[in-house]
Ligand binder design. Structure first.
Ligand code: DQA
Length: 157
């Protein structure tokens, strides 16, 4: 549909195992459940929802989002804490970027306290389980509308 906004929701490694992976941390909902939540939260916007276990593929998709998306929601999973390459890819974006986590990494092991993504994210939503994604989608769409009414404002300088 012409004029429809496209929102990318990208997921990093091991999130394909949502529902069975450490349910005491990540809950029992599957990634398909999370996708349904995102699509519902996005309303009329088109959601491109993907997951990969491979860093290069995630970076390819970030670069694709740069061309195709009005905003990006990303749960980089373990790459949040390790990937300079992902940071570099995100730095090329001018669209709003919302970093999203099911758990609250700041309340977990010290190695999760550093995120390479947070410094270039417009904002971060974490700790609300699958609801984090709904909040992130809403925030991303809000930022797009905000940006439309405030030309020239940069979200992730
Ligand atoms: C996560 C938190 C990360 O620390 C972890 O490596 C994940 C999932 C989350 O959604 O809570 O894989 O991003």
């Amino acid at each position: 549909m012409p004029g429809t906004l496209t929102l990318y929701v990208l997921n990093g490694p091991n999130l394909n195992l949502l529902g069975v992976r450490e349910p005491e941390v990540y809950g029992r909902e599957t990634l398909a459940d999370v996708q349904a939540r995102c699509e519902s939260a996005a309303g009329d916007a088109r959601v491109v929802f993907r997951q990969t276990n491979h860093e290069g593929e995630l970076i390819d998709w970030v670069q694709e989002a740069r061309e195709q998306a009005s905003a990006l929601v990303i749960n980089p999973a373990g790459y949040s804490h390790t990937s300079v390459a992902l940071l570099d890819a995100l730095k090329t974006l001018t669209i709003p970027v919302v970093e999203c986590h099911l758990s609250n990494p700041a309340a977990r092991e010290p190695f999760r306290h550093r995120s390479f993504v947070s410094p270039v994210a417009t904002g971060v939503v974490s700790g609300f389980g699958p609801f984090s994604y709904e909040l992130a989608v809403k925030a991303a769409l809000n930022l797009v509308h905000d940006k439309a009414s405030a030309p020239g404002r940069s979200h992730n300088a």
